[in-house]
Design a protein around this ligand. Structure first.
Ligand SMILES: [Zn+2]
Ligand SMILES: [Zn+2]
Length: 352
């Protein structure tokens, strides 16, 4: 299979809502971090799009989505060209409006936890579960996890300066379990992002920007796989990126632990690579998975219907599939101290 990989970052706020940097400043940071594309998702606005900022800045493709709702039930929409009305009490209405406009979307930080130390304990989970028609779930949100990880502000500041990644290095197991259980019913795409705001905080006499955009752009990235090169023309490039996101043809890579570029997960019959992440394949007695890890420091885990089925320390494996199911792959990376940390989450391949 011919696959072209592009690295991007989702879930970013700019000065059009509560972020601290302008779109060109954010794009410059994305270029510094080596990204190919970013999707800016300001709260309840598409002002960046309206002002004609979609396009390439410093070689980075800048696209716009929007994060709808404020107090709860945050929904991230892509592929919409006009503002979507909020509806916190009935988010089904938001999902339907987005779909009706030809867009798609996902539930942002759906299992967020409250932390009394931050924002006076305010938090923004998803609380209406009788909804349908959404494309995916955000399983790994850097800001949301980090904010809920600490017992007091002093500890937060200490860890920020000594190990800034620590609070967000594991996706919430509740979110993963939710994704696994819902994706047994229908295809469901897993998303990740940083919820980057470039927050400015005052600490005693000091004012500092914590988690600057260029730091976050080296953490939870989205690696899409395309059949052809990303076109120069912006409209066609936008369609390629959004089609890959909608289909789940990508993996989530924590590039903070080491570059994840080069990970591959395909399936096929008779030893062939026929389908990639987000796709379906009829199961047969010769169906196998083909997995390539970007580093020999990785431990590959094959997850079937939410359960660990097989693990391997090899860098490339072919695995004969015992039966139909929803198959996804995790790669955990060994740190220098020998500790295994989550590194890569594939989207599933559905064997019917
Ligand atoms: Zn949010
Ligand atoms: Zn957000």
């Amino acid at each position: 299979m011919d696959e072209h990989e592009y690295t991007g970052h989702l879930h970013i706020h700019s000065t059009f809502s509560d972020g601290s940097a302008t779109v060109p400043e954010i794009a410059a940071d994305a270029a510094k971090a080596g990204l190919d594309f970013i999707v800016i998702t300001d709260h309840n606005t598409l002002e960046g799009l309206d002002r004609g900022l979609e396009g390439r800045h410093n070689g980075v493709l800048v696209l716009f989505g929007t994060e709808i709702n404020m107090r709860k039930n945050h929904y991230i929409a892509f592929g919409v060209r006009a503002k979507v009305p909020q509806n916190e009490e009935d988010p089904q209405k938001v999902i339907d409006d987005v779909n009706g406009m030809g867009g798609f979307g996902y539930l942002a930080h759906p299992v967020e936890k409250s932390n009394p130390v931050f924002l006076q304990g305010r938090f923004y989970p998803w609380d209406k579960w009788d909804v349908s028609g959404f494309t995916g779930l955000e399983i790994w949100n850097f800001g949301s996890l980090w904010r809920s990880a600490f017992r007091n502000k002093l500890q937060a500041f200490f860890l920020y300066f000594t190990d800034p990644y620590k609070g967000a290095r594991y996706p919430d197991p509740q979110g993963l379990a939710l994704w696994d259980s819902l994706s047994r019913e229908r295809p469901l795409v897993a998303f990740a992002g940083s919820d980057a705001h470039g927050i400015k905080v005052r600490f005693g006499p000091f004012k500092l920007k914590i988690f600057p955009y260029d730091f976050l752009f080296r953490t939870l990235n989205t690696h899409i796989l395309l059949e052809e090169e990303l076109p120069a023309e912006v409209g066609r490039a936008r369609k390629q990126v959004f089609d890959a996101l909608r289909a789940g043809r990508f993996f989530i890579g924590s590039d903070y632990l080491g570059h994840t570029r080069g990970f591959r997960f395909t399936a096929g019959n008779d030893g062939k690579d026929e389908v990639s992440m987000g796709q379906e394949l009829p199961f047969s007695s010769t169906t196998g998975l083909h997995i390539v890890s970007p580093s020999p420091r990785g431990l590959i885990r094959i997850i079937k219907n939410g359960r660990l089925l097989h693990e391997s320390s090899l860098q490339e494996i072919r695995f004969k599939v015992p039966e139909p199911g929803v198959y996804r792959v995790e790669v955990h990376r060994r740190t220098l101290l020998g500790r295994l940390l989550p590194w890569i989450y594939s989207n599933p391949i559905y064997l019917k």
